[in-house]
Design a protein around this ligand. Structure first.
Ligand code: PLP
Length: 365
């Protein structure tokens, strides 16, 4: 069987470095807000070519803390893509802001700048772009919109560590960028972890306060903050793995390029191939009208797939008040997408096997 993602295999090449890092922290006797965090923040900021990186508890909190730091008045509108993981939308509603869902470009499945523009109102305060599947959004057009309308530009980069746009790394393309280091991400910890990157010094400082009860100095609380810190063990593990992220992303690109050139199944829509080199290829998402039959076919040949995501945010029970809204492009995407295995530890033989299995699918009638 070819599993969709085997985390034991993903972490195996770094086992010695990870064990050494975890043991170092154990023996140090210092587990929260220490030198491992400071060191990871510095190297991750450098990697993203950003002035600041702030470690936080997870990707959801990274987005929440950015929005909280901006302190928009309740009811302010934040434009978000309708097709995203629920974690992009929850921070908006959690802070009593209004998510304005907009349809993606059907080709890239990323937020569409024309749609953003159509939804800007006097109450709009921010645009939250999501680099779904590891591909940066159309930041040139979106930055122009944000500047023209005086909006903050935030990116959910939970899937796009190391991706590039116009020769620039994801992490400085927006005013603030949120990363997740959930174990399955391109850079994954051994538990929950996240970070914010930004070139805005005041914003970075505010988030440093907010992640630690609103405090930079012990028992002195300047803001009503939260507890969302990236702990020392996770920071040490991430520092051990970060040096290999570029090579892993390179391997992802090689596999993506093979899929793009060797998968030739009629009626299967492949992801756009115009930016193979700059994308981080977190997921390789294809579309088929007979998605479920396609999944069963691959499963029968021992190939595990995944669906990112089966149900759009506006159809979730958690967002019952949006259930009767209609986003036809988004809904079609959720009906048709399936993710093929794509990760740095897939062997050439496995890639070959996956391509063959895909190409032999016969949807019948
Ligand atoms: C994983 C993910 C998140 C959330 O990250 P956590 O660390 O699990 O909170 C947010 N947005 C997207 C697009 C993600 O893929």
């Amino acid at each position: 069987m070819i599993p969709f993602l085997d985390l034991t295999r993903v972490n195996k090449p770094y086992q010695d470095a990870i064990e050494e890092a975890a043991l170092r922290v154990l023996r140090s006797g210092w587990y929260i807000l220490g030198k491992e965090l400071v060191s990871f923040e510095k190297t991750f900021a450098d990697y993203c070519e950003a002035a600041h990186a702030i470690g936080v508890g997870n990707g959801l909190d990274a987005i929440t803390l950015i929005l909280k730091a901006y302190n928009f008045p309740a009811g302010s509108e934040v434009i978000v893509p309708a097709n995203t993981y629920i974690a992009s939308v929850l921070p908006v509603t959690y802070l009593n802001l209004t998510p304005v869902l907009v349809e993606p470009d059907p080709r890239t499945m990323l937020i569409d700048s024309d749609e953003i523009e159509r939804h800007i109102t006097a109450r709009t305060k921010a645009i939250l772009t999501v680099d779904l599947y590891g591909k940066s959004c159309e930041m040139r057009a979106i930055t122009k919109l944000a500047e023209r309308h005086n909006l903050k530009l935030i990116t959910d980069a939970a899937q796009s560590h190391g991706a590039m746009y116009d020769g620039q790394k994801v992490g400085t393309l927006a005013d603030a960028t949120a990363f997740s280091f959930y174990p399955t991400k391109n850079l994954g910890a051994l538990g929950d972890a996240g970070a914010v990157t930004t070139n805005d010094k005041a914003l970075a400082e505010k988030i440093r306060y907010l992640r630690n009860y609103g405090s930079l100095e012990r028992y002195k609380n300047d803001f009503q903050g939260v507890n969302s810190r990236l702990d020392e063990i996770q920071a040490a593990v991430l520092s051990a793995k970060l040096p290999y992220l570029e090579a892993e992303n390179r391997r992802r690109k090689v596999i993506a390029a093979r899929y793009l050139s060797e998968i030739v199944l009629p009626d299967l829509i492949l992801p756009p191939s115009d930016s193979v080199e700059s994308d981080a290829w977190h997921l390789f998402v294809v579309r088929h009208k007979q998605r479920n039959k396609f999944i069963t076919h691959l499963d029968g040949l021992g190939i595990q797939t995944n669906v990112h995501y089966p149900l759009p945010v506006h159809k979730q029970k958690a967002f019952q008040y949006m259930n009767d809204r209609c986003f036809p492009i988004t809904e079609a995407i959720h009906r048709e997408v399936v993710s093929l295995p794509l990760n740095p530890v897939l062997s050439d033989d496995e890639v070959e096997e996956i391509i063959k299995a895909v190409n032999t699918f016969d949807p019948g009638i």
